[in-house]
Design a protein around this ligand. Structure first.
Ligand SMILES: *[C@@H]1O[C@H](CO)[C@@H](O)[C@H](O)[C@H]1NC(C)=O
Ligand SMILES: *[C@@H]1O[C@H](CO)[C@@H](O)[C@H](O)[C@H]1NC(C)=O
Length: 228
């Protein structure tokens, strides 16, 4: 039981992090009504919860993940919760062509984008690194390179709408720990790249803002399975 208390505290911390991001000076709930939002990794966990959050505020959503049948259920819930529009497109972010295809679909369906919310991750085993370089390469594509590609594809439309890129990262992208090496490496890469992009966009007088959400341990099904 003590373990679960700890876990609860950690996930409250994670939620607090999100709350802080959303109560920042640039946040106005009203401004999300009708906002055009693409959420990746939206079939479960944080991505699913983020989709519901935007839905309650009346956003227009495009959701993506690998499993279309699960996305369809999330889309229906979003519509019940008040989303102005909710669509889904199944995609596999291990396939570079899918990154561009998903962003293009969202732009076509919503007439542009206000928020690009990058959150998806590929599965990675919890345990000592087993020397599987191929899996590490694959994970870097899914958890990092596809983020870069989607951001690049969406930047012109976000520039026109004064939009935002939201990147869901992790404490494991800031502090080195055993047992999740490839995962941590991809999160370090995200923090390095999008942290730097934040500065470069500001230096260029860009209209686009970048928000990096650093989450602690969150009580999602996947996380719980790994820790058991
Ligand atoms: C974007 O922000 C600029 C000021 O930085 C403003 O002039 C412009 O109207 C805004 N565009 C949109 C689409 O909100
Ligand atoms: C920002 O938006 C304004 C108008 O909304 C546009 O004129 C300007 O070119 C944009 N800035 C960049 C860096 O594209």
């Amino acid at each position: 039981m003590k373990f679960y208390t700890k876990l609860f505290l950690l996930c409250s911390l994670g939620v607090a992090f999100i709350a802080v991001q959303w109560s920042g000076s640039s946040f106005h709930a009203e401004s999300l009504k009708g906002a055009r939002v693409l959420v990746t990794g939206a079939s479960t966990g944080i991505g699913e919860q983020l989709a519901y959050h935007y839905a309650r505020l009346g956003a227009q959503l495009v959701l993506t993940a690998r499993r279309g049948n699960v996305l369809e259920q999330v889309v229906n819930k979003c519509l019940e919760m008040g989303a102005q529009k909710a669509l889904f497109i199944p995609a596999d972010m291990a396939n570079p062509a899918d990154s561009d295809r998903v962003v293009q679909y969202a732009i076509d369906q919503l007439g542009g984008l206000d928020f690009l919310v990058l959150n998806h991750i590929g599965p990675s085993p919890y345990g000592m690194w087993d020397g599987d370089v191929e899996h590490t390469r694959w994970l870097l594509q899914v958890n990092f390179l596809s983020y870069v590609q989607m951001a690049k594809k969406a930047l012109p439309t976000l520039e026109n709408s004064n939009g935002s890129i939201v990147v869901v990262s992790s404490l494991l992208g800031k502090v080195s720990n055993p047992f999740e090496l490839p995962y941590a490496a991809t999160k370090f890469a995200l923090n390095g790249f999008f942290g730097g992009l934040q500065h470069e966009l500001a230096m260029q007088g860009s209209n686009v803002s970048v928000t990096i959400c650093t989450l602690g341990l969150i009580d999602t099904e996947t996380a719980m399975e790994k820790i058991k």
